[in-house]
Design a protein. Structure first.
Length: 278
């Protein structure tokens, strides 16, 4: 196998190693084998998708979205009764327990972006998993000035959970479970409505999703980023046209336009005629 071919598998191997380190560490420190299976499954699923992508399988990312998204939504959320949305994060944070949603947020949405940027959004989010089935994959690139809504959603979730603790509400765990169900239903309704209104599958991610408040600052320092070989770039603009998040991938600086919103979907690399993006 040629060295150039082997290089394609560096990222999948790195991802698998990182997730296995997290899985084994949490298993041993928390004395709970669930963490070994949980993070191993997620790591293997993401690695599988990246390997398929390296082999030019066009539905590689979709495979990962379904494997991870359905696992978290149905198994962790509905079967295990774990609220994996931001309300669940606040709930466990207020109880002072480093479990479930707090671990999930620490790994996937706070420290993970230092390595993979917004990879969570592109490969694991169960909301985007559904929205990406919609037909508006190439946005009109008109950015609306409504990104402030995400901060309101963020604060509403925080105040909601804080109020439950302050009021010492009984059966708070049952409330969190139903909050997970209602929250997801609302996310899907709003996400689909915005996608249709703005002709953009990822409108919800750009303007509403409160998780981006964690993701965006950390993604600025992401280790893995799409980079452009300026010596090969022919300035055709195809990469910018297909980008679902309106990222200027031809700019290699950290301050490039919408740089903290790259979801590593690699659609830009697929259309680049000169193979300048990697």
């Amino acid at each position: 196998m040629k060295r150039s071919s082997l290089k394609r598998y560096i990222l999948p191997a790195f991802v698998l190693v990182v997730f296995e380190i997290v899985a084994i560490t949490l298993w041993l420190t928390k004395n709970n084998i669930f963490y070994l299976f949980n993070f191993s499954y997620i790591g293997i699923s993401i690695t599988l998708g990246l390997v398929l992508f390296a082999q030019n399988y066009k539905h590689a990312r979709r495979v990962v979205q379904l494997l991870v998204g359905l696992y978290m939504l149905i198994y962790l959320g509905l079967i295990c009764n774990e609220n994996m949305q931001i309300e669940g994060f606040w709930y466990y944070l207020f109880t002072g327990v480093f479990e479930a949603a707090t671990i999930h947020y620490a790994v996937a949405k706070i420290f993970g972006p230092l390595f993979f940027g917004r990879g969570w959004c592109g490969y694991a989010c169960w909301t985007a998993m559904v929205l990406d089935f919609l037909p508006y994959k190439i946005p009109d690139h008109k950015r609306r000035k409504i990104g402030w809504i995400r901060y309101i959603v963020f604060l509403v979730a925080l105040v909601f959970v804080a109020a439950l603790f302050i009021a010492d509400v009984a059966n708070i765990e049952d409330i969190m479970f139903w909050a997970f169900i209602v929250g997801n239903v609302l996310y899907y309704i709003v996400g689909i409505a915005l996608a249709i209104a703005f002709q953009d599958n990822r409108a919800f991610c750009k303007y509403i999703c409160p998780i981006t408040i964690f993701l965006k600052p950390m993604s600025y320092f992401a280790l893995f980023r799409i980079k452009c070989d300026k010596s090969k770039c022919v300035s055709c603009g195809k990469c910018k046209k297909v980008c679902p998040m309106d990222v200027d991938v031809t700019d290699n600086s950290r301050r490039r336009k919408n740089g903290t919103e790259c979801i590593l979907c690699y659609e830009c690399t697929k259309v680049c005629p000169s193979k300048a993006l990697h």
